[in-house]
Design a protein around this ligand. Structure first.
Ligand SMILES: Nc1ncnc2c1ncn2[C@@H]1O[C@H](COP(=O)(O)OP(=O)(O)OP(=O)(O)O)[C@@H](O)[C@H]1O
Length: 545
């Protein structure tokens, strides 16, 4: 091949635009200017209006000294400003840091200090926590309050508000795309399920690609009405903050996750798509029957963040939803694999639900994934039996952990991202998670999957939720110990549930004890805090005569 053959084919403004989800808003405001972008109570904004507001906020932030590489945090529920910030902040060249609204002041202070936030947008209901956090900091960020009549708290006198930014800003400001698509767009902190939260840095390029994969796999288009149940502060709403705009769909904002409001919006706003963690789906299934309203057409609901049991999946299908199962991490911009329902399947519901409880196959933009030994990197067989760590390699894996080269190097060791999740790879290509590496139970030298025991326990009529952890055992090293919360009004003893397990699983997997509790301890993202249960299990073993 001649060296000159392809000479002169250079990148120029006409053929190369850095990949950035900010361009989704530019495009959609152009192509679907009049379509409804945002719905929140009585507020209805078209894409042209959303673009106008985002441009104003972008210019107002710039006028307040926010520029390239600065971090702007936000602590707010799923209100319009939370969505707009996902465009306005990066369009000013800055980096958005969404903060979980359930965190305490000490953790918020840690996050704000760690990412050196210059400004924080905050909902009135979280102002107290933010003020406590700021009081503990040497260089606290400036505060802008996002006023909302639906908030419990008001806006303090003299506070700068988001409405001030909208008033001050210039709607003619152009939204800036980064010069280099490998520039940070967001910092999302992990849930801290297994330790201190880590600051996961997203690039414009990765966010663009994962949002594109989401829109594609979840079948979104300009007729999509997406209900914001999943918090936008969690992995930037699993990248749906950007995906729905790419599709030209409508973002229906929801301030508080409550079953009645969810069912009302689903029916009244003709919701077509939403995402929710398994724990939220459980709340919907067990909602007071007086608030349940069945959708007129099947609503697509994507779930993930924790393993959904087949019982929960079947329960949602019964309510008129079609469940898609996603698996991913903060480090993968949310979803990395997908198990979508097979429209041609005529298998009975419980069988389909069991298939859907598996974590699925890589989404179309996940370049490569495998299960492998976490120690040696030797790939595991695709036989549905060999257990290995899920490892991923993709443009949709984070840039790295903020200010943490050691953790970043560990996570990327050997050229793969190490998820810390243990799974089997089935011959049909599906991954099925058996445990997190840190949660696996090793009894008499055998690995026991806590997820498998939880699945069996939640198939019992009386059980609402189950969590299985390792308890120390003199004889076996570890034995499974289960904690369960029961459905309202249900009655069953721990011993009965041990019998139920014995009837449905191999003897060595049967939990030594099943403890019935009022509620399982959950983290700020609704994940069951297994380390706390492990401690309780160990204490019970110590206390046993
Ligand atoms: N569909 C799913 N099925 C089973 N587990 C899931 C699923 N989706 C996500 N998870 C679990 O959630 C984890 C990712 O959670 P997230 O990124 O919110 O933070 P975290 O890992 O809980 O926090 P930390 O890393 O601070 O402990 C995955 O590694 C996996 O264990």
């Amino acid at each position: 091949m001649s060296d000159d053959l392809f000479a002169g084919l250079d990148k120029c403004a006409a053929n190369f635009v850095p990949l950035s989800p900010v361009s989704f808003l530019q495009q959609t405001a152009h192509t679907h200017a009049d379509r409804t972008a945002i719905v929140y109570h009585d507020l209805r904004l078209s894409y042209a209006q959303m673009h106008d507001r985002v441009a104003r906020v972008t210019s107002a932030l710039a006028a307040r000294g926010i520029g390239a590489g600065d971090v702007v945090s936000i602590m707010a529920p799923n209100v319009p400003a939370m969505l707009e910030a996902h465009y306005a902040v990066p369009a000013a060249g800055a980096v958005l840091n969404p903060i979980n609204i359930r965190l305490d002041a000490a953790t918020v202070a840690y996050i704000l200090g760690h990412c050196r936030a210059k400004l924080i947008l905050v909902d009135p209901d979280f102002l107290d926590v933010v003020e406590q956090a700021r009081a503990a900091m040497d260089a606290p960020p400036d505060v802008v309050v996002v006023a909302d009549p639906a908030a419990g708290a008001g806006v303090p006198e003299g506070a700068v508000t988001y409405d001030d930014l909208l008033r001050e800003g210039d709607p003619e400001t152009s939204l800036m795309l980064p010069a280099d698509e490998w520039s940070p767009i967001a910092i999302n902190y992990t849930s801290g399920t297994t330790g201190d939260p880590k600051g996961v840095v997203y690039s414009h390029r990765g966010a663009y690609l994962n949002a594109t994969a989401n829109a594609l796999t979840f079948g979104m288009d300009a007729w999509t009405n997406y209900l914001w149940i999943l918090p936008m502060f969690h992995c930037s709403g699993w990248s749906h903050t950007w995906a729905v705009t790419l599709a030209g769909g409508t973002h229906i904002c929801l301030r508080q996750v409550a079953a009645a409001a969810i069912f009302d919006l689903i029916v009244d706003e003709r919701v077509t798509h939403c995402c929710a963690a398994p724990v939220v789906m459980n709340t919907l299934i067990h909602a007071d029957p007086s608030v349940i309203r069945r959708p007129t057409a099947r609503v697509k609901i994507a779930t993930g963040g924790a393993p959904p049991s087949s019982t929960v999946i079947a329960g949602m299908e019964d309510l008129g939803f079609s469940v898609t199962h996603l698996y991913g991490l903060t480090e993968t911009y949310g979803p990395a694999t997908i198990n979508a329902p097979d429209p041609e399947s005529d298998a009975p519901l419980d069988e389909r639900a069991r298939q859907m409880a598996r974590q699925g196959i890589g989404h179309p933009l996940l370049t490569d994934y495998r299960i492998a030994s976490p120690e040696t990197g030797a790939p595991g067989a695709r036989d549905g039996d060999a257990l290995g760590e899920i490892q991923l390699r993709s443009n949709t894996v984070m840039m790295g952990y903020l200010q943490d080269p050691d953790e970043t190097a560990r996570a990327f060791a050997g050229g793969w991202f190490h998820s810390g999740d243990l799974a089997v790879h089935h011959p049909d290509g599906m991954l099925e998670i058996k445990d997190r590496l840190k949660d696996v139970i090793i009894s008499g030298g055998e690995n026991i999957s806590s997820v498998e025991i939880e699945e069996i326990l939640t198939r019992h009529d009386a059980v609402m939720e189950a969590a299985v952890v390792a308890a120390p055992s003199e004889k076996w090293g570890e034995t499974p110990c289960a904690f369960v919360a029961l459905k309202a009004g249900a009655k069953v003893s721990g011993d009965d549930l041990v019998d139920h397990c014995r009837a449905h699983m191999a003897g060595f997997k049967v939990p030594a004890r099943v403890v019935v509790v009022d509620e399982l301890p959950k983290s700020a993202t609704g994940k069951i805090q297994k380390y706390e249960l492990r401690q309780r299990a160990a204490e019970m073993v110590d206390a046993k005569p």
